[in-house]
Write a protein that binds this ligand. Structure first.
Ligand SMILES: Nc1ncnc2c1ncn2[C@@H]1O[C@H](COP(=O)(O)OP(=O)(O)OP(=O)(O)O)[C@@H](O)[C@H]1O
Length: 278
């Protein structure tokens, strides 16, 4: 069963002079196993939306159901793994092991079951067993991100919700996280990620939800997102758009460097043939 939001609105500091309407009339359905990207400018309402999925925030109007359940139920929280934007704020235990084991122990799994879950989670994020005794705060940004991911995965969630998971990481760290997310998705977990960093991420997104000023202004495939000319664009699509604007009839529905290269070579060979004919 999916996550379904119907006519959801949310305001901060409700009924005070500081009231801010962050989301309005959101209708959204996220299926199991999907890889969805939530895009939008700063302040659009992306983080607020993710916090509604597992009941951290409650809608002011409208309804949310996760596999038919209310998001604030304990069972729902088990089904949705969350990794927040400031990963360090999410870590609070003395060792990596305790950090990852926290969820399963808190949900009443035995020590033995918890151990199995911890090992399964570190395998999913390619974290070495030798890291388990380390202090999470002694880790690099990329390693901390992997520990946060492992903690979210330990309870074997059906949905993994991420807020800017690769922001602030070095290129190697970004690559690691993207590889990890690919593996997690292959195992059937839905991934819902807020990102403004489309480089590397764009080819993974099966569906895009674009938010502007608290409203969903687009939801659909990558192809249709590019076709409709929405921003932000991944760097490779920006480049193809620029080439097209300069008169080269390239296909702009290109998601990877390899595809772009193929497209440019295809064009070169077509032009080459035309030139030969002239
Ligand atoms: N705790 C809060 N109290 C009051 N207003 C808030 C709070 N958090 C967010 N807002 C406001 O709600 C709106 C949506 O914010 P949100 O953080 O969801 O946007 P975002 O798209 O995630 O932005 P960013 O990319 O900067 O994280 C903004 O106007 C923001 O200022």
């Amino acid at each position: 069963m999916p996550i379904i939001l119907e006519n959801v609105s949310f305001s901060y500091s409700r009924k005070t002079p500081l009231e801010t309407l962050a989301l309005r009339d959101i209708n959204l359905r996220i299926e199991k196993g999907e890889f969805v990207g939530i895009l939008g400018e700063k302040g659009a309402g992306k983080s607020t939306l993710t916090k509604l999925f597992n009941g951290i925030l409650k809608p002011e109007t409208g309804t949310i159901r996760v596999d038919g359940l209310d998001p604030s139920l304990r069972e729902t929280k088990r089904r949705i793994g969350m990794v927040f934007q400031q990963t360090a704020d999410q870590l609070f235990c003395k060792t990596v092991y305790e950090e990852i084991a926290f969820g399963p122990l808190n949900f009443g799994y035995s020590k033995k079951e918890t151990e199995e879950m911890v090992y399964e989670a570190i395998e999913a994020v390619a974290l070495d067993q030798s890291e388990l005794s380390r202090d999470p705060f002694s880790l690099s940004g990329g390693e901390m991100q992997r520990v946060a991911l492992a903690s979210a995965l330990a309870l074997r969630p059906d949905y993994l919700v991420l807020d800017e998971p690769i922001t602030g990481l070095d290129p190697a760290g970004k690559k690691d996280i993207l590889e990890t997310l690919k593996r997690v998705k292959e195992k059937g977990t839905a991934i819902i990620t807020v990102t403004h960093n489309l480089k590397g991420f764009f080819p993974l997104l099966e569906r895009i939800v674009l938010i502007r000023e608290g409203r969903i202004i687009f939801q659909g495939s990558r192809e249709s997102y590019l076709e409709k000319g929405f921003e932000p664009l991944p760097p490779i699509a920006s480049m193809m758009k620029e080439l097209r604007a300069r008169g080269l009839p390239v296909d702009t529905a290109v998601f990877t460097v390899e595809e772009a290269l193929k497209e440019v070579l295809r064009l070169k060979s077509t032009h080459g043939t035309e030139n030969n004919g002239n």
